[in-house]
Design a protein around this ligand. Sequence first.
Ligand code: NI
Length: 237
Amino acid sequence: MDARQRLPYVRCTMLHAVRVLAVLVLVALGGLWGWAWLGRGEGETLGDSFARRAAQLLGQDAPAPSAGGVQLPQGLVLGGPFSLTDHTGRAVTEADFAGRFLLLYFGFTYCPDVCPTELGVIAAAVDALGEQGERVTPVLITVDPERDTPEALADYVSRFHPRMVGLTGTAQQVAAAARAYRVYYARVQRPDMTQYLMDHSSFIYLVGPDARVRALFRPETSPEAIAQAVRAQLRGA
Ligand code: NI
């Protein structure tokens, strides 16, 4: 048999093997989804459960549950030291908030829609906590220090919650704080607008008394869901 004759047979066998492999992968994935679905924790999405099962299979420990909100990938530490100026003009660091829980958001006062919505959600979550809410400080760190002076922030944060703290600083200070929380932001100038906008990521962070992020919440998470996650963290503190 010469090579020319053997080739189709080899190809056919390989195709067959590929098909069998594809079916096996599908069956395995289907089984994993089923396992994830059956073993879903309370309040855990199917996607999170799937990721947890897959991690178990690969021999990695499941990431620590974040008690609501987005699961933090294992080994990822968010938060930490910062040096900024609050809306009264006072220099502050994370040490000024030591021992307190924060519901923290990075945004800017000129934001037309997302920031006001999310800050409203934070305020509603703090209020939903009732007396327990007094242990939680709502905080806005601006990503637009050029326009968001302490005075501008003071006026802005007071519209959302009487205890909301606005933080600004030099461009470098703000960049350092944003880096610690993996916040993306960039200045955007639209041709049809005289004022620039800031493009920015939009997560609400629950920061623990140790200045580390305990949970983060995607945009459009309800105040009730956030309050529930905060309550769970307050119980453990
Ligand atoms: Ni915004």
